[in-house]
Design a protein around this ligand. Structure first.
Ligand code: SF4
Length: 476
């Protein structure tokens, strides 16, 4: 069903792209809608204001066209509307389809898949905001620079300053391609296509971003989604991307997105683009009254309450998989969470490694997945919380909370936790610890001498063991 909807979205987009070229009303209407979204609400409060804007700036559309395009009723119920307006409405309405599809496709790798499903379930319970519902649990995000030149005060990832780029695309190409190939192998092509090439970075800071995007298409079969907040400052690069995204496959619908940080930036962008170029970009304002609705994460996290986070969202971290820094040769296995004092950027880092070669990358990634499927816990291992005390309550059951409460920030040995907890069975505690490690809420470090592994307790039959089997399948 969802595939059908995405196919329809792709077909709508294909028609939209060709109509933009044929009928100048289409690009004018899209531009006018961007004006309404991006110009200060005080200046465009009434229909009279909007009418004035249309008369001053557009010559082929009128107020009725704009009202019809913005009418949220499904297209099929408005059959008397003109076909070109219907097409614009449809094009606007398909914006969220890829994200919805992204939530449903699954990684090829069985353990990654099971872990991701468990993480989806956990985070959906933790963050029931509209923004939380839009998290699509994509497979990976690759950083192509270190830091970002944006310096946004609200940055959901607290991106650091942009550092000088020391390498060229040519120098990175081999390793980059191998990384993509391995991601495709583990994630599968369909899920792998949802990977992106930025995180606490901006694509436009990477001077050769276009080449990375083209290679991504070679490997994954489609261009990556690209969002930039620097568009008005890097107009030549943006124009090249517009050409690339406009002439490519039909499933490029709304894949090129621009975040606008002020009305001035919007006007600057508009002045430098022609209307047909603007028509194919999704333009999202990120200022004014909208600032109240930002996710409370990264630099926007100021210790807000869980209730406040649950109103507007506590994370923008959409990856349940790998955060990869190409310049730093670093991989992290991450999962979203409500931002807290420990995980201010709205995601938990479950494990982190560095790599030198593509083989090293593959080994480390495979190892991370194996580890998350079967943490090799032993009684002398140290465990400690990786979640702020204020957020223990995101776990609704008392047993999980009591385990977190019993942990020392400096770490305690698993065997000491077992000795101190008389209410729960060893198996039940081990299963709770294992699941908390998988959620990134507990970290662990190998301890001293190895006694009988606790894992042997996990495979004993019983209710708790059954729960464990439900999570990762019987053969574990
Ligand atoms: S919000 Fe985006 S552009 Fe702004 S600092 Fe963060 S990563 Fe950079």
């Amino acid at each position: 069903m969802r595939q059908v909807q995405e196919d329809q979205a792709a077909a709508v987009w294909e028609k939209f792209i060709s109509l933009v070229e044929e009928d100048e009303r289409v690009a004018e209407l899209k531009s006018c809608i961007d004006d309404i979204n991006c110009i200060d609400r005080e200046k465009l409060k009434t229909e009279v204001d909007i009418n004035k804007l249309i008369r001053e700036s557009y010559s082929h559309i009128n107020l009725m066209d704009v009202k019809a395009a913005l009418n949220k009723k499904p297209v099929s119920t408005n059959e008397d509307e003109e076909p070109w307006i219907n097409l614009i409405k449809q094009t606007i309405q398909v914006k969220g389809e890829r994200r919805k599809r992204g939530r449903l496709v699954r990684p090829n790798n069985r353990y990654w898949n099971i872990w991701r499903e468990a993480q989806k379930k956990r985070y959906c319970e933790e963050d029931q905001s509209l923004r939380g519902k839009e998290i699509s649990y994509i497979p990976f995000a690759m950083e192509l620079t270190v830091g970002c030149s944006g310096g946004c005060s609200f940055c959901g990832f607290s991106a650091g300053r942009l550092k000088e780029q020391g390498t060229t695309y040519k120098q990175q190409e081999g390793l980059y391609t191998e990384i993509l190939e391995h991601m495709k192998e583990l994630a599968g092509k369909e899920y792998g296509q949802h990977g992106i090439l930025y995180w606490a970075t901006d694509p436009m800071d990477q001077k050769e971003y276009e080449k990375y995007a083209i290679k991504f298409r070679e490997v994954m079969g489609t261009l990556p989604c690209t969002t930039t907040a620097l568009a008005e400052q890097k107009i030549d690069d943006l124009k090249r991307l517009i050409k690339l995204y406009k002439t490519s496959e039909k499933d490029n619908y709304w894949k090129l997105r621009v975040s606008i940080r002020s009305e001035k930036a919007y006007r600057l962008l508009k002045d430098q683009l022609n209307r047909n170029e603007q028509a194919i970009i999704e333009i999202n304002p990120q200022y004014g009254w909208l600032e109240q609705t930002f996710a409370k994460a990264g630099r926007a996290y100021k210790g807000q309450s869980i209730e406040e986070q649950q109103r507007h969202g506590g994370s923008i971290a959409c990856v349940t998989g790998f955060e990869i820094s190409l310049p730093l040769r670093r991989i992290r296995l991450i999962t979203p969470c409500l931002a807290d004092e420990v995980n201010k950027n709205g995601y938990r880092i479950i494990s982190e490694e560095t790599f030198d070669t593509s083989q090293d990358f593959k080994d480390k990634v495979d190892n991370m997945i194996n580890e998350i499927s079967k943490p090799n816990l032993e009684p002398n291992d140290y465990i400690w919380p990786n979640i702020a005390k204020s957020h223990y309550q995101v776990y609704k059951d008392n047993e999980t909370q009591s385990i977190l409460e019993a942990l020392d920030q400096k770490g305690i040995k698993i065997k000491d936790l077992l000795i101190g907890n008389k209410r729960m069975s060893t198996q039940a505690i081990v299963i709770q610890i294992t699941n908390l490690i998988r959620d990134g809420s507990i970290k662990y470090r190998k301890g001293g001498e190895q006694i009988n592994t606790i894992r042997s307790a996990q495979i004993h039959q019983g209710n708790d063991a059954r729960k464990q089997q439900e999570y990762f399948g019987p053969e574990l």
